[in-house]
Design a protein around this ligand. Structure first.
Ligand SMILES: [Ca+2]
Ligand SMILES: [Ca+2]
Length: 244
């Protein structure tokens, strides 16, 4: 009886604890130093510059290896396997007044094997026009509305929300794409991509003001159940019981 109460108390405590510190990732880039929780990876780029200042992370001069196609500087944070969630990101871009700018900036959600679960981004993949908003699910094609080309400078609040395997993508609070994917998210990435190849592009300037991953209630319950399972195992070991 006492044991049951202890477990119940711990489960409630876990729920409250998870509620109280709900964000698995949160960065407002507001203390002048890139948080060491981010790991930096550079793919086929020869240099880049970043600075955290005035509550914004600014990235510029992402220099591609010649003819490497799409190349990337990425920041990554691992998270516990997460089912339902909301990911929010606020960003701004500058194309340096040129259609020749080619850059993709946004939030990528990955599974435990490094596979793509979902992403949302400002995406300029042309050297003769500006970028559009893009959503992508799993191994699917990029989903975008070509008529919605943005200006050489712009900003947006990006959001991906997953509820019961249904992904909803929002741009400045308005839904624009949906998809289905149930793979748990185990990493959040911010990508700064540019292109070097048949088309010669260049990276402009990107500003990331904020990013957060918040597990939704379904995931909170799973986290609590996971905690309960761990407790049960610990109790079993402590009690010396032989039951599995
Ligand atoms: Ca910081
Ligand atoms: Ca362009």
């Amino acid at each position: 009886m006492g044991g049951k109460w202890t477990v119940a108390t711990v489960v409630v405590g876990l729920l409250f604890a998870t509620e109280g510190s709900a964000d698995l990732v949160r960065d407002d880039f507001d203390d002048g130093v890139l948080d060491s929780a981010w790991s930096i990876s550079l793919g086929n780029i020869t240099g880049w510059a970043y600075e955290e200042a005035n509550s914004v992370l600014t990235v510029r001069d992402v220099q591609p290896v010649q003819d490497a196609g799409w190349v990337r500087a990425a920041l990554t944070q691992a998270v516990p396997p997460t089912g339902d969630f909301a990911v929010d990101m606020t960003l701004a871009w500058e194309s340096l007044s040129s259609d020749g700018c080619m850059m993709r900036v946004g939030a990528w959600l990955m599974d435990g094997a490094g596979g793509h679960v979902a992403s949302i981004r400002y995406s300029d993949t042309w050297n003769d026009r500006n970028g559009v908003r893009v959503a992508m699910v799993g191994d699917g094609e990029p989903l975008w509305d070509r008529d919605d080309s943005f200006g050489h400078t712009g900003s947006a609040w990006l959001r991906i929300q997953r509820t019961d395997d249904i992904l909803a993508f929002y741009w400045d609070g308005a839904p624009f794409e949906t998809g289905i994917n149930s793979t748990p998210v185990e990493a959040v990435q911010i990508h700064f991509d540019t292109y070097s190849g048949v088309l010669q592009g260049f990276f402009g300037v990107a500003h990331v003001d904020h990013i957060a991953l918040t597990p939704e209630p379904g995931s909170l319950v799973l986290l609590a159940i996971g905690g309960l399972a761990v407790l049960r195992r610990k109790r079993t070991w402590t009690d010396g019981e032989t039951t599995a």
